[in-house]
Design a protein around this ligand. Sequence first.
Ligand code: CFM
Length: 542
Amino acid sequence: MEENSKKKLQMDDFKDIVLAAYPKKVAKKRSKSIILNDPDSIPQIQANVRTIPGIITQRGCTYAGCKGVVLGPTRDIISITHGPIGCGFYSWLTRRNQTKPATPEEENYIPYAFSTDMQDSNIVFGGEEKLKQAIREANELFHPKAIAIFSTCPVGLIGDDVHRVARHMMEELPGVNIFGFSCEGYRGVSQSAGHHIANNGLFKNLIGRDDTVEGKFKFRINVLGEYNIGGDAFAIEALLEKCGIQLVATMSGNSTRKQFETAHTADLNLVMCHRSINYVAEMMETAFGIPWIKANLIGAEATAKTLRKIGQYFGNKDLSDRIEEVIAEEMIAVSAAREKATLKTKGKLAMLFVGGSRAHHYQELFDELGMRTLSAGYEFGHRDDYEGRRVIPSIQIDADSRNIEEITVTKDALRYAPRKTEAELNDLKSKGLEFNGYDGMMKEMAKGTLVIDDLSHYEMEKLVEMYHPDVFCAGVKEKYCVQKMGIPLKQLHNYDSGGPYAAFEGAINFYKDIEMIACSTIFKQMKAPWECEEMVEAEYAY
Ligand code: CFM
């Protein structure tokens, strides 16, 4: 009875019910981040602001965004975590970013966790000497061409200067490119600050240092914001190869130092995860004249659309014909898998609360499965990821964003070469190809759906309790809480043990996995002992 009446609640009741439980000040702040969507007149959402102390957030730290997310997946750079061992340990492969060296002899440091393992004495007397020693040791053991140093919270608090150490060690070890990141966990309000810091470092220390042009195809692109979780980049590499498109660099799934260094030899940048890498896309356009387009390779329809955009950009008939052939070929298996899965998934409900891009991209796949997304949000997206890049000029810069270094990029004296003339770009725009644009998540979500930024644990429980989605997508911190409430949770950070989910091959995997998960009743059978056993209850008597 109670459950039935709960189900009838409208989405707009959620906000009132949740806010009523918070203290007044907290309610006022959270109310700006819980928004009822209207794609025709996109409402403003509060995002990228500090989490209120005491609230259980899904967010991670700035170090995680810099080391774990952006630089970590590159296999031939030694990434040393300067800090206590926990930081290095917990960012060691938990994200399931994969890599595939061409030969067994090729450098691959991904299986290792390098850390200075700071102790109390280093906190008291400084850790720079220990860091230098760690760099010497790593160099002796592996002879790498590049070493990156990542700062954790205590490093900033005690004032160790990782950049000074990097300069010093470059002199001591000529030929090794050594650079540091001031990505202390507390430096920003979330991982997002770490992405920005990593983007700056990539640009200053790696991108554009090697002019060698390699590869068999003449249509040269980079894929930015793709991190090879569960093998996504492998699926994308295979697809581009099939179409005859040269992938110069992926940033940074399955990547190498050389890919970064030669990335400026590509003629187009595709931006997958806008949140984590849009800065590099902008910098590369300014410095080298390479245009960027927002792309999505999650979902079969989205993949086809992205391939067609590439074809349109290069304006070559053979390439476009080949792309159409590949799409037609791949769609046979995709359609069959989709039809089969949809029989069971049609009409089911999904909720997605992940990172800064997947909560948007994966809605494509749920659409393809005939499922409805009732509610979605990012952990650390900015307003542009929700409302579209058109709002960027109106975003207020606060003290937390000012904390992140802004680097000034100018045209590269030798390498700047606009890939298209102004007239060519305008012509492509008039034909519907949008450059430097991202419309954000809200435009593609239905009217009346709930968009929530930096979802709290309490709000998550309320969502599940009130709307009973058939699948809840989030991460490991949420997984077991949601499943104990009888709803299956699919991890969209590391994909549990699944993937790839990108491109056509990935779409098929996703259909199968979601069919299995969303249609399973097993979680509803789960009862905690106190829910199914008789309990003796008593009260204190005074
Ligand atoms: Fe971009 Fe990512 Fe994501 Fe992200 Fe991340 Fe990630 Fe993510 Mo976890 S770069 S924003 S910081 S798509 S690790 S591979 S899944 S939160 S939605």
